[in-house]
Design a protein. Structure first.
Length: 739
């Protein structure tokens, strides 16, 4: 290619290219160079040797090498790139070292994308020269130091994303000079001090303002009301204090508002009722008090409301978002009452009832003393009886969160743990379907096999994990049971929401001879599978990057993915979960886990077998295998995978020409015979390449996620974004399957 001296444009993105990138020194007329979304490079220091050859392209405008495996440090010669260069993209690679200050010479740059690498050090001081910069993305690197004030001089900036680094110090108020700024993300750093009023009041910010997961203190300035058209505001997991300002009600464009994990006190201001388009409202883990405002039931778009771990009191509303317990979390508010039975709150006592009871007590003092005497006697008898119990009661912070359900209640709900109600068996327990006698709620009960080694630790870890997380694609725990059964043996169980459609395992690999009532009778079509894949990726992205403490699931597989009545996927079974404590680095030594077991054969990455610590990349590997299984219909432990042939290599070798040969026959039947009424014929027809094009992209994602080398694996956020683009492409063509 270097001999094609008249070549002006190289666009090879998404071609699954690998190996070393050659020199391009004889292409003086080149103005676009884009080799993004491939597998080029090997992560070593020689990968970027081709860069200096591009300095001969004196008219180069667009340079993109994003999403490859290119390693090493950026050479200083990039400062000699064409003065006409306006876009420089090296994101999602394996680059390291300090960012060359020579980039500051590229004064006509408008887009500088360097996120998802391992760049270290501080900002080059001459970056203030990039006066034309519009988009600047440096997320998820190892940059340190303070956020430089000269960024305020880049007045054309519309997007500034510096999340997931090690920046410290205060947020510079000079950023308020960026009057065109629409998207600002400084989350997941070590920033401290107060929020500059000038910045929080910058009315140009209309897309996202994310300051979460820092150490910011002080109040939320009233200037926040200037963000009238902002879509998403996230200030969660800081140390903010004071009352929620009334001016927040002026932000009428908000669809997402996250303020959890702070020290806000007082009541929810009435001005919040102006946020009529809100879809997610998270005020959890604060010191808020008072009644829950009735206007919350009037929000038509509200899909997720989290008021947990506050001091709210009084009656819980029954309407609006409160009609769906899966959309509302109110745990940790001990003074609440009423609401739907699924919330397990005590009944409310009216004021008139209280007055009547006081009147009776005053007039019946003699009876009271008699009752007290009887009560005292009963207490003595109870204490004597309790001394006979040998077993210690279960003590865990879960008891402060959910009411402990009795063994007798679960025994009745499951008809004596009848085999007819058995819906699953795992390593540490059996799962039963149950119906609560008091309110008719259908539940799933996981009874721990405590005789199995590790079962108790699994119980404790799952309790600890599930009490700290909240996401629409994670299985919700309702309560726990810890006590003694009829044989005086320890009994421990977890009670979950019942998932009507069962596990993904049963949909992918149904048993044709099974008479089990939970066995699916219909087929999992293409649209179902793409939706489920996005749901799982969203859950993992939340666990890895959006929890207060990052969680690694460690056992992602089809049997741990459950589907509700709407075919929405929920990730469950956190018995092997591990917590990454106090670190943004994937591999840490200070971890809490259930035991040494590291997942399931076929889904666990090879590095776990070699004794490596668990990591987010390990979950990504499991996700990649799961994604390949969903669309090939083949389990990674099928008999055909032997003699070094794996599901990963099986798919990789078939790409891209033979994708139809490896695809699940159910999807091919859907394409050939139009068996699914939810699949538009015009996209399934042979003459239309959309079906095959989507499959190639999906398989590429699965192969990239399940790479043998952890550092080469695609980020889970990247996987989710690409899958969403596939769905959006189908939607844009009017192709929508049933949920």
């Amino acid at each position: 290619m270097s001999n094609w001296t008249k070549l002006e444009l190289i666009q090879l993105q998404g071609c699954k290219l690998s190996g070393k990138v050659p020199s391009f020194g004889n292409l003086p007329k080149l103005w676009t160079f884009d080799i993004s979304h491939n597998q080029l490079g090997s992560g070593n220091s020689e990968d970027l040797s081709f860069l200096c050859s591009l300095t001969n392209a004196t008219g180069l405008e667009d340079f993109e090498i994003n999403q490859n495996r290119l390693g090493g440090a950026l050479p200083k010669c990039i400062g000699n790139f064409s003065s006409t260069l306006w876009s420089f993209g090296v994101s999602d690679n394996l680059m390291f070292g300090e960012i060359p200050r020579e980039i500051g010479n590229l004064v006509n740059l408008k887009a500088l994308d360097m996120y998802y690498n391992q760049f270290s050090g501080e900002f080059p001081t001459n970056f203030g020269n990039l006066q034309n910069l519009v988009r600047f993305q440096l997320a998820r690197n190892n940059l340190r130091g303070k956020i430089p004030t000269f960024l305020g001089n880049l007045t054309k900036l519309t997007i500034l994303i510096l999340r997931e680094n090690n920046f410290h110090g205060q947020i510079p108020s000079h950023l308020s000079k960026c009057r065109s700024l629409q998207w600002l993300d400084l989350s997941h750093n070590n920033l401290s001090g107060t929020i500059p009023p000038q910045l929080i009041g910058l009315s140009s910010i209309t897309i996202i303002l994310n300051l979460s997961h820092n150490h910011l203190s002080g109040i939320l300035p009233t200037e926040v009301g200037n963000l009238r058209t902002l879509t998403e505001l996230d200030i969660s997991d800081n140390m903010l204090v004071g009352e929620i300002p009334n001016s927040l009600g002026d932000c009428t464009g908000l669809t997402t508002l996250r303020m959890g994990g702070n020290y806000f006190h007082g009541s929810i201001p009435q001005s919040i009722k102006s946020l009529g388009g809100i879809e997610e409202l998270d005020l959890s883990h604060n010191n808020l008090s008072g009644l829950i405002p009735k206007f919350l039931v009037l929000f038509p778009s509200l899909k997720l409301l989290n008021l947990s771990y506050n001091n709210f009191e009084g009656m819980l509303p029954h309407e609006g978002v409160f009609k769906n317990p899966t959309m509302t979390s109110i745990i940790g508010n001990d003074a609440l009452c009423g609401g739907l039975p699924a919330f397990h709150l005590p009944k409310c006592i009216s004021k008139s009832s209280k007055k009547r009871k006081i009147h009776i007590l005053v007039l019946s003092s003699c009876v009271i003393f008699g009752i007290l005497g009887i009560a005292f006697t009963l207490v003595l008898l109870y204490l004597r009886w309790s001394k006979k119990k040998v077993k210690e009661p279960f003590s865990n912070s879960m008891e402060d969160t959910w009411p402990n359900m009795s063994y007798q209640t679960l025994l009745k709900a499951t008809d004596g743990f009848s085999s007819m109600n058995l819906i699953g068996v795992g390593s540490f327990g059996s799962i039963y379907k149950g119906i609560l006698e008091e309110n008719g709620t259908t539940i799933a009960v996981k009874v721990l096999h405590l005789v199995h080694r590790g079962a108790l630790k699994s119980f404790l870890v799952e309790c600890e994990a599930l009490k700290n997380i909240r996401h629409r694609n994670l299985l919700k725990i309702l309560t726990v049971c810890s006590g003694i059964d009829h044989q005086q043996h320890d009994f421990k169980a977890l009670v979950y929401e019942y998932m009507e459609k069962g596990s993904l395992e049963r949909w992918l690999h149904p048993n044709p001879t099974s008479s089990h009532r939970n066995e699916p009778t219909q087929k999992l079509n293409f649209f179902h599978r793409i939706n489920v894949a996005i749901d799982i990726a969203s859950a993992l992205d939340y666990l890895h990057h959006r929890c207060h403490i990052s969680i690694v699931h460690c056992d992602l597989k089809p049997s741990n993915i459950l589907l509700d009545a709407e075919m929405v996927a929920h990730v469950g079974d956190f018995g092997l979960a591990k917590f990454l404590l106090g670190s943004s680095i994937d591999t840490v030594t200070n971890q809490m886990s259930s035991m040494g077991i590291r997942g399931t054969i076929g889904y666990a990455p090879q590095e776990y077998a070699m004794g490596c610590e668990v990591s987010r990349e390990g979950d990504v590997y499991s996700y990649g295998i799961l994604l390949l299984e969903m669309f090939t219909g083949l389990s990674p432990t099928d008999d055909i995978f032997r003699d070094n042939l794996t599901l990963h290599s099986f798919v990789a070798e078939a790409l891209p020409e033979r994708v139809l040969e490896i695809t699940d026959h159910i999807l091919l039947q859907e394409r050939e015979n139009h068996l699914s009424p939810s699949s538009p014929r015009h996209w399934l027809s042979k003459r239309n390449g959309v079906f095959q094009e989507c499959l190639v992209t999906i398989y590429n994602i699965g192969v990239a996620c399940s790479d043998e080398v952890p550092g080469r694996r695609m980020s889970i956020g990247g996987a989710a974004n690409q899958l969403q683009k596939i769905r959006e492409k189908l939607f844009a063509r009017g192709l929508r399957g049933q949920k």
